[in-house]
Design a protein around this ligand. Structure first.
Ligand SMILES: Nc1ncnc2c1ncn2[C@@H]1O[C@H](COP(=O)(O)OP(=O)(O)O)[C@@H](O)[C@H]1O
Ligand SMILES: [Mg+2]
Length: 306
């Protein structure tokens, strides 16, 4: 059994959302999310916009606190870990244009985490990081505005790996890039995976994690609908939502692209029972009040069909 790096234990995140002028309503962005990640493993988190992916990433990064439940890293609750945690866990955001300081040179951007942690040999380690993301040293003196989207994302990745983290949370890191550049950045993630870094790789496009992920977690309405080995989830999906996602995978060529067959905003997400219930072709009475969790051989499905 591989060493467990991160353990997310039945995490809930409650937001108060505005309802009309004076009222506020409870809204669970995450509900009972639980999973583990082993050393060097890539977990793809897949789900449509609004399903809670970024919230989950924020919780793992300590940018927000869970309302209930806890997250452990190497057996320790992450909020008890101090600065040491940010040495071991880092982040790559969707849009490097907003995540990189435009006034800083690439070398300063990549050096910053080393400075924060009082590391030595900074110049050398910045050059190593830049090399690992397959940029040449001439980029060190440039600023983000002088780079292409793909180059900027490489800089963001260099910054994320410069401290040799054990886990990187990547929140839609290819979503802002052209399709051809996306493939190159995905290749880079695969190389980093081979170096032994674990990833939580968040995407709305299930195809993006086809090659990269070891396991896939499918999330909707803040609930992990299904999680398991990548081949199992892609080739024999169990949850109706996973089946729906797979049957609506956007085609590769933009000209052939068709829109999802529904309007996302039409469906409000029930706060009780299964979030997918209003859209589910297999809907049963009990789905409006509860969801059963089924676990077998590392495969998890939150669905009353099983
Ligand atoms: N700070 C917040 N306050 C209120 N609601 C929020 C907040 N952050 C996220 N949400 C809501 O939580 C849900 C999940 O959001 P998010 O995690 O960003 O989803 P995703 O990244 O999958 O698109 C959405 O309905 C969103 O509107
Ligand atoms: Mg998001």
């Amino acid at each position: 059994m591989m060493e467990t790096l991160l353990e997310v234990r039945e995490v809930y995140k409650l937001y108060k959302v505005r309802k009309g002028f004076f009222q506020k309503e409870d809204f669970y962005a995450l509900r009972g999310v639980a999973f583990k990640i082993s050393k060097g493993e890539v977990l793809g988190i897949v789900g449509e916009s609004g399903s809670g992916k970024t919230t989950l990433g924020k919780l793992v990064l300590r940018l927000e606190k869970p309302t209930r439940g806890e997250i452990l890293f190497q057996g320790r609750e992450i909020f008890s870990m101090g600065k040491e945690y940010t040495r071991k866990v880092s982040v790559v955001f969707q849009d490097p244009r907003s995540s990189l300081n435009p006034r800083m040179k690439v070398e300063e951007i990549v050096e910053e985490p080393l400075l924060v942690h009082g590391e030595r040999d900074r110049k050398k380690r910045v050059r190593e990081a830049i090399e690992r993301v397959q940029l040449s040293e001439e980029f060190l003196k440039r600023k983000p505005d002088d780079l292409s989207g793909g180059q900027r994302q490489r800089v963001a990745i260099a910054r994320a790996i410069v401290l040799k983290p054990l886990l990187v949370v990547a929140d839609e890191p290819t979503a802002s890039l052209d399709v051809s550049v996306q493939a190159q950045i995905l290749d880079l993630f695969r190389t980093l995976k081979e170096e032994g870094i674990a990833f939580i790789f968040i995407t709305h496009d299930i195809r993006v994690v086809e090659k990269l992920a070891d396991r896939i977690g499918v999330i909707y309405g803040g609930m992990l609908m299904e999680m398991g080995n990548k081949e199992k989830v892609l080739n024999s999906p169990l949850h109706p939502y996973t089946k729906f996602l797979l049957s609506n995978v956007p085609v590769r060529h933009p000209r052939e692209r068709r829109e999802y067959s529904y309007e996302e905003s039409e469906y409000s997400i029930p706060q009780r029972g299964c979030p997918f219930a209003p859209r589910c072709p297999e809907f049963m009475e009990e789905c409006s009040t509860k969801v059963r969790r089924f676990e077998l051989n590392g495969r998890v499905v939150n669905c009353n069909l099983y």
